[in-house]
Design a binder for this molecule. Structure first.
Ligand code: ZN
Length: 458
């Protein structure tokens, strides 16, 4: 008796149909694998964001991940000893980070991907406790950046940042995260302002001060802070502390196609840039992952995109490899930068707010941003190069231009270019509710940017 395997038999009898069936099976398997990758990436992103309630924490989280992958920390105050094949990182103010990888053959060209570590929030002021009518204690805060204010109401909040402490005669910096539901900004009931739903102008000094506790509480804010930092209250000399929303990130929607969390702008891009740096081959250029602080307040600080941080680091890489200043200038002329900062997706309830033709959608890929007035530095050349990167990485891309009657926002690229003049494209991932403490993006897009970054860093 002749034994024929089922598939062989089927193949002999229905040759075409079987191969078609096989192709379909293979395709659906590939789609499933890709789907799994999207969710895995989204979960990884949410973990990264949860560990990064402030710019200081985002830098610390990245430093830990990079150190695990063999990146050696350099300090700006020291001499740098760089070798081809080495991977390094350096921070400024502990809130901006640049990591770079030098291939064995030490090429001259830099491939830079820039994003930012900060997000709009409220900063705790000095002497923050305010007692209200011997009943409550609330905290005095001020705005950091241009945020949507209404979503900060009626949700558990907490405080994170850094404290500077005196320890055995030395001044030390400590990260702190009061990791529990600590504060709330309660709304005024509708009965006390019937007009509120017709529009209300929030006053940050009056409306946005978070409730902390009951008047006379022994658990003062200073005490709670010291406990979280693991120091004595009297040793705290100063602080940079910010509010953050305690609402956990979530993947949701009919087909779980959306991902929401705080600080997607711009930790989603910072995360994708770092992941691309780690998984890319990094053979033909010096790969530079650059995360700047203070983008939300105009970048004009020593650790912002307008500072010399990137320029100083590139110059030191150049001289560390024994090259002249002229060779540095030659490198820049041959380098490329991706300025990665999130973009506005078409809003389901405000479709008229988007340009009639360039309408970015969630899950439809990386957004290339254009602006005639150079708020975005994408031009024909840099757009073409980036489109080619996306095509070769097999990821989708789309385009964004503001409506001609809207000003729109600004970002890192053009500001950074005044210090480091390299050919630059401005891109981002499409999102909704930008600058809310709970923003929404597409579950697939982070993965697309990682793939593009990976190819770019190759
Ligand atoms: Zn941003």
């Amino acid at each position: 008796m002749v034994h024929l395997s089922c598939s062989l038999f089927y193949n002999l009898v229905f040759p075409l149909r079987y191969s078609e069936f096989y192709r379909i099976m293979e395709r659906s398997q590939k789609i499933k694998e890709q789907q799994d990758m999207y969710y895995e990436t989204a979960e990884k992103l949410l973990t990264f964001i949860r560990k990064s309630p402030t710019a200081f924490h985002a830098v610390d989280t990245m430093k830990n991940i990079l150190a695990e992958q063999g990146f050696q920390e350099l300090f700006e105050k020291d001499y740098w000893k760089l070798i081809p094949g080495g991977q390094y990182m350096v921070t400024r103010n502990n809130s901006a980070l640049i990591a770079f990888s030098i291939p064995e053959n030490a090429p001259r060209r830099f491939h830079i991907m820039a994003s930012h570590s900060d997000s709009p929030t409220f900063k705790i002021k000095e002497n923050p406790e305010i007692t209200v009518e011997k009943a409550y204690v609330k905290l005095n805060v001020e705005k950091y950046g241009g945020m949507l204010m209404s979503p900060w109401f009626d949700r558990p909040l907490s405080v994170a940042g850094r404290v500077i402490v005196s320890e055995k005669g030395e001044i030390k910096e400590k990260l702190v995260d009061i990791d529990r539901d600590l504060l709330m900004i309660p709304s005024l009931a509708i009965h006390m302002n019937r007009e509120v739903n017709s529009g209300y102008a929030y006053n940050p000094q009056k409306d946005l001060l978070p409730l902390y506790g009951t008047a006379g509480t022994e658990e003062t804010f200073g005490k709670t802070l010291a406990e979280a930092a693991g120091v004595r209250e009297e040793d705290i000399l100063s602080h940079d502390l910010f509010l953050y929303s305690r609402t956990r990130g979530a993947v949701w929607g009919a087909e779980k196609e959306f991902v929401s969390a705080g600080r997607l702008d711009d930790l989603q891009c910072a995360f994708a840039s770092m992941e691309g740096l780690l998984s890319g081959e990094k053979k033909k250029s010096i790969a530079v992952h650059c995360v700047m602080d203070n983008e939300e307040v105009g970048s004009g600080t020593k650790q912002g995109a307008a500072s010399t941080f990137l320029k100083d680091t590139l110059l030191r890489i150049n001289s560390g490899l024994g090259r002249t200043y002229e060779e540095y200038l030659m490198s820049l002329a041959d380098s490329f930068m991706i300025s990665a900062d999130n973009a506005h997706a078409l809003h389901p309830n405000y479709t008229d707010m988007t340009d009639p033709v360039n309408r970015p959608l969630l899950n439809k890929g990386i957004v290339i941003k254009y602006n005639a007035n150079q708020k975005y530095c994408t031009d024909a050349v840099s757009a073409a190069i980036f489109k080619d990167i996306c095509t070769r990485a097999e990821v989708p891309f789309q385009t964004f231009v503001n409506r001609s009657d809207m000003a729109g926002g600004s970002t890192l690229g053009n500001i950074s270019n005044t210090q480091v003049p390299v050919n630059t494209v401005d891109i981002g991932l499409p999102q909704l509710a930008m600058h809310s403490p709970y923003e929404t993006a597409g579950v697939k897009d982070t993965y697309s940017l990682i793939k593009a970054a990976e190819l770019f860093f190759e």
